[in-house]
Structures are given as structure tokens and as C-alpha cells.
Design a binder for this molecule. Structure first.
Ligand SMILES: [Zn+2]
Length: 245
């Protein structure tokens, strides 16, 4: 679906998606959901993916840079990462330096990325999702927006990038064909980021392709995905995905 959303100083028509909305950290956090993963507990590994030890970090601890968040694996409602600032947007501390370097790298290449959305609180995601439900109904909303607790943006490790100098494909699947989108697909891994929602993986990730949505996982995992050609974190770590349970 398309909707009109104000992004800073300009207003554009964009797809409302699992991630497409400006950051507005205004939440009142609720208590953590019971049964959420224990810090430090390893996620299941996939054999034969190379030298990287995929059990080294947790895929369930929301503070882990390897955490897998999807429609099957929500975050606890009260989770709030430690945050730092990158160009005025809040991101999880481990991603601050890498994102700064990625944006600087893009600037040096004349790509001119700007952040459209970074960390979102539970309350903000709740507000965003409820707004779409009220306009379009729950079934339609679930196809384009994450329910609160299920958005990667709540980890502070996800960021949506746009190119204001060439905005026609901002937050649209056609971003994949722009110079910025092509460069991110090719080179974001060097900075420890992955394009999280790739074409043909909707049944696994729960979302259609979002070539503007980057997820920080750290260089070792990003390099492993790049090396093996595995497209999703779910497949790499052997974590279920798909729709809501
Ligand atoms: Zn996003």
C-alpha cells in the first residue's frame, strides 16, 4: 500500500512496510514477554556454512547483534537497547561506528544516503501498526507492517536509507535498481550490514523485498552470508520464520 508520510523537511509517497516510517522514540515500555531467550544462549547452527562458529552469539538475546527477529520470534515488549546517535538518529551502540563508516563511504561515492528510520520503541511500532490497521484492516496491515514486538527496528540494529537527491524510488522496491541500492546490495556487508529482506524470501522472512532496509549483524556474519550466498538470517542460523504463529 501507499500512503503519504512526512519525512523531516519533505513529504513523499511511500510504501508502508515492516520498516517504512520515520523514527519517533516515544514509547512507554511494557514488561518483557515471558519465555523470551536467555542472554548468551546460542541459536541453532547450520552445518557446512564455513569456518564461522554460528553458535558463538545468541540469536534469541535481543541485545545480541545476531538476534533474529521476525513474525515467529518477537522481542520482549520492554526491551530497549543501549543507543547512540548517527546523524541525529538513534541506533544500537554496536552499529554506531559501522553505520557512520557506511554512510561516509556512500558520501565519498556521491550516493548521498540519508537515514529515514532507525531505532523504534515498542510504543511507536504499536502506534504505527495500529494506524495501518485502522486504515486498511488487520490482514492488510500484516502484509506491510510489523506488529509491535516484531520489528527489527526495535533492536536498534536496523536502518532504512533513502537518497533525497534521487527520491523516486525511496522506500520502494525499485530502490534495488538505483545506484545507491545496487551499491548497498554489493558492498554493505563490508561494513557489517545485510540487506535483510531480499527478493524471493518472503516465505522465510515474512516480508517482501526491502532493498533499503539494512540490518547490522557485524562483519563476520555479513561476510559469511556474502561468501555462501545464503540470503536470510533464518537460513543461516536455522531459525524458523514465515508468518505469525
Ligand atoms: Zn526498515
Amino acid at each position: 500500500m501507499r500512503t503519504k508520510v512526512a519525512l523531516g523537511a519533505w513529504s513523499i509517497v511511500l510504501f508502508v512496510s515492516a520498516c517504512a516510517a520515520p523514527t519517533a522514540p516515544t514509547a512507554r515500555d511494557a514488561p518483557p514477554a515471558p519465555g523470551w531467550g536467555v542472554a548468551g544462549s546460542p541459536g541453532p547452527a547450520v552445518a557446512g556454512t564455513g569456518a564461522l562458529d554460528l553458535t558463538r552469539r545468541s540469536t534469541t538475546d535481543p541485545g545480541s547483534t545476531w538476534v533474529v527477529v521476525n513474525k515467529s520470534h518477537p522481542l520482549p515488549a520492554g526491551f530497549r537497547p543501549e543507543l547512540g546517535l548517527v546523524r541525529g538518529y538513534q541506533v544500537a551502540l554496536p552499529a554506531v561506528g559501522p553505520l557512520t563508516r557506511l554512510l561516509d563511504d556512500g558520501d565519498a561515492r556521491g550516493l548521498g544516503f540519508k537515514i529515514a528510520s532507525a531505532f523504534r520503541s515498542f510504543g511507536y511500532q504499536e502506534q504505527l501498526y495500529a494506524g495501518i490497521v485502522s486504515r486498511s484492516g488487520r490482514a492488510a496491515a500484516d502484509r506491510v507492517s510489523a506488529r509491535p514486538g516484531h520489528s527489527e527496528h526495535q533492536t536498534g540494529l536496523a536502518v532504512d536509507l533513502v537518497t533525497p537527491a534521487d527520491p523516486s524510488c525511496d522506500l520502494d522496491p525499485c530502490f534495488a535498481g538505483t545506484p545507491g541500492g545496487r551499491w548497498l546490495a554489493r558492498a554493505a556487508w563490508r561494513h557489517g550490514f545485510v540487506v535483510r529482506y531480499q527478493p524471493g524470501t518472503e516465505a522465510i522472512t515474512g516480508y517482501r523485498a526491502e532493498p533499503w532496509h539494512l540490518r547490522y549483524v557485524g562483519r563476520p556474519v555479513a561476510a559469511e552470508l556474502h561468501r555462501t550466498g545464503v540470503a536470510t538470517l533464518e537460513e543461516l542460523f536455522g531459525v524458523p520464520g514465515g508468518g505469525y504463529r
